[in-house]
Ligand binder design. Structure first.
Ligand SMILES: [Zn+2]
Length: 447
């Protein structure tokens, strides 16, 4: 067996600093690898909860196991891989299929059936323990809340935390009051207020931060969360009238500058790094024009940001290219290549096989295997026929207008499954909901 190994680390959030950090896990795993004479050739990590296996680092780990290059997987604790027994069994199965041995630094077991069973017990126990922990934590929070204590030491701007209580901070509370007073004087946006706070107090608060101050009920002495409403936690900083007026003003302004997400791209654009769905956002430039863009908001991802207009232009060019080219032919060629209605064996053999059987060329068993091999399940044929019908409809949708000025409305009426963005921020793949397996980009060129 190869001594090449992969390592996997996980923390559930960036905040988990009190817990084992990724670096500490790495240190322990490397030490263990040395002890077992293993060479760590690849390392993957996630900053995500272990409640399911849908994590970028986990995906890379699964691919590495499948690659057959490695003989060992190393983790600090099995619960770094997953918190669920069901998922753990899936992983264990994957390891076994690829002759990979799983090692946990903290839960060492023998490499045999008993050892694997022991590992399952560890995970099972962890799953149960986590459930108990959650219940306990919940009860503790509820109790604290009833007593008017803070649940965590992070308090809003204007307060400081001491021994479970929030006290008014003499310096930063002035900023909160300043924000409310100036906002209510009118015609000052969040961005302007953020600059004003910087100038007056030398304190950095983003526009978003200003917006948060203006809606935080802590400043009228209320703490609202899932345990209820408590008036014992925060001392008041602004009056009810100030707070209510600010809410009314915020609402009236929000209607005016409401940001409407382009429905064409909603949940359709994919990040080239993590394949996740991109989030819409926008900026207002100094000249008051709006720039819409889409970005990857996952904190474990390298991230990308694309200009919506650029994507739209490229998409329009792609669709326009399809309309003007003879893409109907290339689509049908592709469908016949990828999903033929008949298997190749089926075209030739049926008759020939019977003839061979009649003349004693093959046995009845051989005939049976040949026939079952060659026939495609009816359901699959049905599905492929259906795809062709849908393809026809798409062709019709795309070629009907013929008028290139109308291309924008054609694009608007298409139902996309996903649009893949490349690392260069270009469109790399366009897939329709009706034909999610066919990249429209691959159909160009058939002029
Ligand atoms: Zn991403």
């Amino acid at each position: 067996m190869t001594n090449q190994a992969v390592a996997y680390y996980r923390v559930s959030s960036r905040r988990q600093s009190h817990n084992w950090s990724i670096m500490a896990q790495q240190e322990a795993v490397h030490e263990e690898a040395g002890r077992l004479f293993l060479t760590i050739e690849a390392e993957f990590h996630d900053i995500k909860s272990g409640s399911n296996l849908n994590r970028p680092g986990m995906n890379e780990l699964s691919n590495a196991i499948r690659s057959g290059r490695y003989g060992h997987v190393l983790v600090w604790r099995l619960n770094r891989l997953t918190r669920s027994l069901k998922d753990f069994l899936l992983l264990l199965n994957l390891c076994e299929e690829n002759s990979v041995v799983l090692h946990s630094v903290m839960e060492p077991v023998d490499v045999n059936i008993m050892g694997r069973f022991q590992q399952q017990l560890y995970v099972m126990f962890g799953e149960w323990q986590l459930g108990i922990l959650k219940v306990n934590q919940n009860n503790a929070y509820r109790q604290k809340f009833r007593e008017g204590q803070l649940l965590s030491s992070s308090v809003p701007l204007g307060y400081y935390y001491t021994k479970g209580l929030a006290k008014i901070d003499s310096e930063t509370s002035k900023i909160v009051k300043f924000i409310y007073e100036n906002y209510l004087e009118g015609d000052v946006g969040y961005r302007k207020l953020s600059r004003a706070v910087m100038n007056k107090f030398d304190y950095q608060l983003t526009a978003n931060g200003v917006a948060k101050v203006l809606q935080n009920q802590a400043y009228v002495g209320k703490l609202v969360n899932r345990y209820g409403v408590s008036t014992k936690v925060f001392p008041r900083l602004v009056t009810d009238t100030q707070f209510n007026n600010a809410q009314a003003l915020r609402k009236s302004r929000r209607v005016k500058q409401k940001f409407i997400t382009n429905p064409l791209f909603k949940k359709k654009l994919r990040c080239p790094y993590c394949q996740g769905i991109l989030t819409a956002s926008h900026v207002i430039t100094a000249s008051k024009s709006r720039i819409d863009y889409w970005y990857c908001s996952r904190d474990y991802c390298k991230g990308i940001r694309v200009d919506e207009q650029r994507v739209l232009n490229q998409l329009t060019a792609v669709i326009s290219g399809l309309v003007t080219s003879d893409f109907k032919k290339s689509l049908m060629v592709k469908l016949n290549d990828d999903w033929p209605l008949q298997t190749r064996q089926d075209v030739v053999p049926a008759d020939e096989m019977f003839r061979k059987f009649e003349t004693g060329g093959i046995t009845v068993d051989e005939l049976e295997t040949a026939l079952t091999k060659s026939s495609m399940p009816n359901l699959e044929i049905e599905r492929r026929r259906h795809c062709r019908k849908l393809a026809q409809q798409i062709v019709y949708k795309l070629t009907d207008p013929r008028d290139e000025d109308n291309i924008a409305s054609v694009v608007k009426n298409l139902n996309f499954d996903r649009i893949e963005i490349t690392m260069n921020k270009d469109i790399g793949g366009v897939f329709l909901a009706e034909l999610p397996a066919i990249n429209l980009l691959s159909l160009r060129g058939g002029k």
